[in-house]
Design a protein around this ligand. Structure first.
Ligand code: HEC
Ligand code: HEC
Length: 216
């Protein structure tokens, strides 16, 4: 039990550092609307998406099936990092094959391409369950040592350059990732998400995934 306050402190510290580092003031804060960054070949990204990615993630990154994560509105840096991790095998799954022949420039362009697409959100029907999720998301669970998701992913779930946007993501995908973090099956994870996911109950996991899928 003694370890819990220490861990909480560590998580809070981490949360604080993510927060500070990730809130650039000024131009860098709105990459989605900005001009195409120099050296980013959006035409090339469009070709790759049409030929391959759209099959699962859709042309607009909307990912119609809940097992394929939505990429629309996701941070370009996060997308590029995940592609690199899939290529090197640090993160394992269906995507290893998809990422194997992408160049670093293509990964970056794909990130910018999807990052500019309009994010979608779900209409949540089970409001009671979503209310449990809302509590966890914004306040965490101080009884079991779960940090508030909002402290890192932001009060609106829109993430930062260093961490993923969650708002509007498929609940099924969110839940599967939380379970993978818990079991350390998401191999490119960080200690933070493992520590959090391992303390969530089944109900909390479901509830927070449902709530987040409805965030705009
Ligand atoms: C056959 C289906 C399929 C195709 C084609 C596909 N993906 Fe994926 N993608 C997935 C699945 C499934 C995941 C979830 C992670 C996993 O289980 O491997 C994923 C995850 C991702 C992620 C991580 C998202 C996150 O929130 O962490 C990115 C980025 C991504 N894909 C980009 C791409 C790009 C770019 C292409 C085209 C080059 C592509 N994908 C093609 C199925 C696919
Ligand atoms: C201390 C900071 C921190 C807190 C608090 C935090 N997260 Fe995360 N989360 C991260 C980071 C960093 C990543 C990116 C991991 C990576 O790069 O693979 C992440 C990734 C995720 C992902 C994977 C997203 C994707 O697209 O694949 C999900 C889902 C997630 N977090 C949910 C949550 C939930 C739910 C909570 C609250 C119960 C939470 N996080 C609290 C830092 C945090």
């Amino acid at each position: 039990m003694k370890a819990v306050p220490a861990l909480m402190a560590a998580v809070v510290l981490l949360a604080a550092s993510f927060h500070v580092a990730a809130q650039p003031k000024g131009k860098a804060a709105a990459p989605a609307q900005a001009e195409s960054p120099a050296g980013v070949d959006l035409k090339r990204a469009e070709q790759i998406v049409a030929a391959r990615c759209s099959l699962c993630h859709g042309n607009e990154g909307e990912s119609a099936s809940p097992v394929f994560p939505r990429l629309a509105g996701q941070h370009p840096e996060y997308i590029a990092k995940q592609l690199d991790d899939f290529q090197s095998g640090r993160r394992k799954g269906t995507m290893n094959d998809q990422a194997k022949d992408l160049t670093a420039d293509e990964m970056r362009a794909l990130g910018v391409f999807f990052g500019r697409k309009k994010p979608l959100a779900y209409t949540v029907r089970d409001e009671d369950l979503a209310a449990v999720g809302r509590y966890i998301y914004h306040k965490g669970n101080s009884y079991s040592g779960v940090a508030a998701c909002a402290s890192c992913h932001g009060p609106k779930g829109d993430g930062t350059i260093q961490l993923p946007r969650l708002a509007g993501q498929h609940a099924v995908y969110l839940e599967s990732q939380l379970k993978e973090f818990d079991k350390r099956e998401r191999t490119n994870d960080n200690a933070v998400m493992h520590a959090i996911a391992s303390k969530l109950t089944e109900l909390e996991t479901r509830a927070v995934a449902l709530y987040v899928s409805g965030m705009k």
